[in-house]
Design a protein around this ligand. Structure first.
Ligand SMILES: O=C(O)c1ccccc1NCC(=O)[C@H](O)[C@H](O)COP(=O)(O)O
Length: 380
């Protein structure tokens, strides 16, 4: 019987977390998404102001598992395969094949699987009630979207969100001599309106502590915590470390999670950059109440293919009209290297750009920004 690994149960992903013996769940393994959201609301309600308006759960979603809700919305990324590899039977024997149905299907899925495990550990170490106490000591929130709007109105150019990024899965290490505070200070003096600081350690060699260090060093630019957020806990943690904005990726999060997290950010007065990559994600996000800040990623996070015309495509026709009517600020993200790239996405309708690689790789970061825009934007 070729391909038969062994007659035994095979674990799901190799990185599956241990369940705690007490029976508390580390994450959303098998609770319906709706139940988790409600449980999170209840957990928060005693700490924060009561949430008056209940989130509306779509009728078809009641009783579904997280992955099923996500799949119904066209989301391919699974937190973790819900059932592991399928069972096969030969006579009285039951067996599973190695790796059948339980390996991550893309790097993004691998990142999310790993994040699910990380967050479960973090939550055990610092429960929500303790984290919420830390928020009282957090520095004040700065107006991230306001900073971008102000630059755009003053200069007529897209506001720059400069990314403090050491490495990435698609490009490997971008900068060996990586000092997040020095990089952030150079970006600020080069004319960046805001900064994005990678928080993921395993795949981007970033950290929440990098963001905290940038904030504590007195950098004035508002900070985006660039993290793969799958749990509200991460939002509070980002805030406690000085973040002014967070990123939510539509390819990863079902509508209800986005809606819930946007509400949390509003309560915390933080901005929420909701990232989309295709028309379907854009349409989903435009239907979610409270979304005012959208990023169009030119990078397909599953294949790493980068195509700047994606920004233009998603802002054409009815979608562009809705965005303009609602005065939503759109950010063009990834793969921007030249003044022509900046002009192209600006022409498409963005009021801000998120740039990492093309500037972080330069030995003179301030010059790198000037080269990207074709002029010294710190002079405006
Ligand atoms: O950059 C990656 O390889 C990557 C892989 C998987 C998930 C996310 C990834 N990047 C996040 C981003 O989209 C970029 O950091 C950001 O938009 C800046 O892009 P760039 O200017 O091309 O560095």
């Amino acid at each position: 019987m070729e391909g038969l690994a062994s007659i035994r149960a095979v674990p799901f992903f190799t990185c599956r977390p241990k369940r705690s013996i007490s029976g508390t769940r580390p994450s959303s393994l098998s609770l319906p998404s709706s139940t988790i959201v409600r449980a999170q609301q209840v957990a928060m309600a005693s700490e924060l102001e009561p949430i008056k308006d209940e989130l509306k759960i779509k009728v078809g979603e009641v009783g579904l598992f997280h992955n099923e809700v996500a799949a119904a919305q066209g989301i391919k990324i699974r937190r973790r395969p819900p059932t592991g590899s399928p069972k096969h039977y030969v006579g009285p024997f039951e067996f599973r094949l190695e790796n059948e149905g339980n390996t991550p299907r893309s790097i993004l899925e691998e990142i999310i699987c790993h994040k699910d495990i990380e967050v479960a550990r973090w939550r055990e170490k610092k429960p929500l009630h303790s984290l919420l106490k830390d928020l009282q000591k957090a520095p004040p929130v700065r107006d991230f979207v306001g900073a971008l709007r102000a630059v755009n109105e003053r200069t007529g150019l897209p506001g720059l969100i400069a990314e403090v990024k050491k490495a990435s899965p698609s490009r490997g290490v971008l900068r060996e001599d990586f000092n997040p505070v020095e990089i952030a200070q150079a970006y600020e003096s080069g004319g960046a309106a805001c900064l994005s600081v990678l928080a993921d350690e395993k795949y981007f060699q970033g950290s929440y502590e990098n963001m905290e260090a940038v904030r504590n060093a007195g950098v004035q630019c508002p900070l985006l915590c660039k993290e793969f957020i799958i749990d509200a806990w991460q939002i509070y943690y980002a805030r406690s470390k000085g973040a002014d904005a967070i990123l939510l990726i539509a390819a990863v999060l079902p509508d209800l999670d986005i809606s819930y997290m946007v509400k949390i950010c509003k309560k915390l007065k933080m901005a929420t950059l909701v990232e989309v990559h295709d028309e379907k994600e854009m349409d989903r996000v435009l239907r979610i109440e409270g979304v005012e800040f959208i990023g169009i990623n030119n990078r397909n996070l599953e294949t790493f293919e980068v195509d700047t015309s994606n920004t233009k495509k998603l802002l054409e026709g009815k979608r562009g009209e809705i965005i303009r009517e609602r005065d939503i600020i759109v950010v063009g993200e990834s793969g921007l290297f030249t003044p022509d790239d900046i002009a192209f996405v600006q022409e498409a309708g963005v009021k801000a750009v998120l740039v990492g690689e093309s500037i972080v790789k330069q030995s003179d970061l301030k010059k790198g920004i000037a080269q990207l825009f074709g002029r010294d934007i710190s002079l405006f």
